[in-house]
Design a protein around this ligand. Structure first.
Ligand SMILES: [Zn+2]
Length: 280
């Protein structure tokens, strides 16, 4: 399942090709019935749209479209289990391509930008900029941003002291961008057992959560993201190679102490992995 690091890899790859000019009716997006039913992309079919900027909030990819220098529309793309974007100089013919733009690169070359989603759990919203901002504000603090601080954790943990740390970290209302493997890995690097109630986490441990999060997120991103059964692909179709970076998730022996067998438990219907020696 694509999570924050994978979404960030895709965002960076698209960003490196911008601006992309989408001209004329014949180049308006080709959209599958799946997306047509769910949304109203009419505003995105007009002429002379320019994809100028990408952003990311948690696991949501944000595409900013401009028309005559005015911020015209925003696409919010959630990847679900297996969604992703492709960039190619050739038309993208992969099965399960739900959206495709034919665009013109600054250098005059044609470039195709497409959304592919075999398992169809992704979401896509075409919104005006104001609506998009309102939706993004409803998500919690992006854990890859500077707003994710020890004080923020302190405040949230105080409100829900009984909650077990690992499943709680998956709550996108408070921690936008944390997915299952990331939550397990953050707990491991912070030395906290996944079952610990957050009310019993010390200030030092909160600091360790904050300091280890970028390592888990962006250490992974540098390696091009991860692919589990969901079938993540980056914009070139590569499945990434981030598995080297994991210390407990799907590991046999803890890769922090290199001697203890990793335990697997189920919390809130999701697998958690931890080292009984390194995590208290
Ligand atoms: Zn260990």
């Amino acid at each position: 399942m694509p999570e924050l690091p994978e979404v960030e890899v895709i965002r960076t790859q698209i960003q490196s090709q911008l601006p992309l000019h989408i001209h004329g009716e014949e180049r308006s997006p080709v959209i599958s019935s799946l997306l047509r039913k769910a949304h109203a992309p009419e505003a995105f079919k007009t002429k002379d749209l320019v994809l100028k900027q990408t952003r990311r909030h948690g696991k949501v990819l944000v595409l900013d479209f401009y028309k005559e220098e005015k911020h015209h529309g925003v696409v919010l793309s959630g990847f679900g289990m297996s969604g992703g974007w492709r960039l190619s100089e050739e038309k993208i013919k992969e099965p399960h391509t739900h959206l495709q733009w034919k665009a013109c690169h600054l250098n005059g070359h044609t470039l195709y930008l497409a959304y592919v989603d075999p398992r169809r759990f992704g979401s896509m919203a075409f919104l005006d900029p104001l609506e998009a901002d309102l939706r993004l504000q409803k998500l919690g603090v992006d854990v890859g941003s500077a707003e994710f601080t020890q004080d923020y954790l302190k405040e949230i943990f105080k409100r829900f002291p009984q909650k077990e740390i690992k499943p709680f970290l998956l709550d996108q209302k408070y921690f936008a961008g944390i997915g299952n493997y990331i939550a397990s890995e953050i707990c491991a690097r912070a030395g906290i057992r996944p079952t610990r109630p957050v009310g019993k986490i010390t200030q030092k441990e909160r600091e360790r959560i904050i300091s280890s999060t970028p390592l888990v997120l962006f250490g992974m991103g540098e390696r091009g993201g991860l692919s589990f059964s969901g079938g993540y692909r980056d914009t070139t179709g590569s499945d990434g190679g981030g598995l080297d970076h994991l210390v407990v998730f799907h590991q046999k022996i803890c890769r922090l102490c290199h001697k203890t067998e990793v335990k697997k438990i189920i919390q809130a219907a999701r697998a958690s992995f931890y080292c009984p020696r390194c995590q208290k």
